[in-house]
Design a protein around this ligand. Structure first.
Ligand SMILES: Nc1ncnc2c1ncn2[C@@H]1O[C@H](COP(=O)(O)OP(=O)(O)OP(=O)(O)O)[C@@H](O)[C@H]1O
Length: 118
């Protein structure tokens, strides 16, 4: 198969993100959290380093959710029926999102703490 031109690959990737925004409730919530973080970065005037930390962990959650959804969709194509192995694969993928979300909450508390209470 011929490789699509660069701008086409870009559009395809955007279509993937748009699909996530339109149809994945968890992604919508995580995107809202990302927007709140953007607001807090400016409102609390975070340092560059703290801003980068917050941006990295909150976008990490979004990326993990995208991979999780992609894995779920592959699983549903390969095996639409109940299958313990598919359940385990989906649980593992969901675990990556949970782990990333946990790390981002801990990072958020550690970073915002000094701007709010110190
Ligand atoms: N085909 C299957 N066979 C066995 N268990 C499954 C199967 N499909 C889903 N499950 C179980 O149901 C859970 C939820 O799967 P589902 O595909 O509904 O994802 P979801 O509700 O969109 O989850 P998420 O919140 O992680 O996006 C899985 O983590 C898994 O434990």
């Amino acid at each position: 198969m011929r490789k699509p031109p660069f701008h086409k690959s870009f559009l395809n990737a955007f279509r993937g993100i748009f699909m996530m925004v339109k149809s994945e409730r968890n992604f919508q919530l995580e995107l809202a959290a990302f927007a709140v973080n953007l607001f807090l970065i400016f409102y609390l005037n975070l340092s560059i380093l703290d801003s980068v930390l917050i941006l990295m962990v909150s976008s990490g959650v979004l990326a993990a959710e995208i991979f999780n959804t992609a894995i779920e969709k592959i699983c549903d194509i390969i095996q639409p029926e109940f299958d313990v192995r598919i359940g385990l694969i989906k649980d593992i993928a969901a675990g990556a999102v949970l782990l990333m979300a946990f790390i981002s909450v801990v990072t958020g508390v550690l970073v915002y703490w000094k701007y709010l209470f110190i």
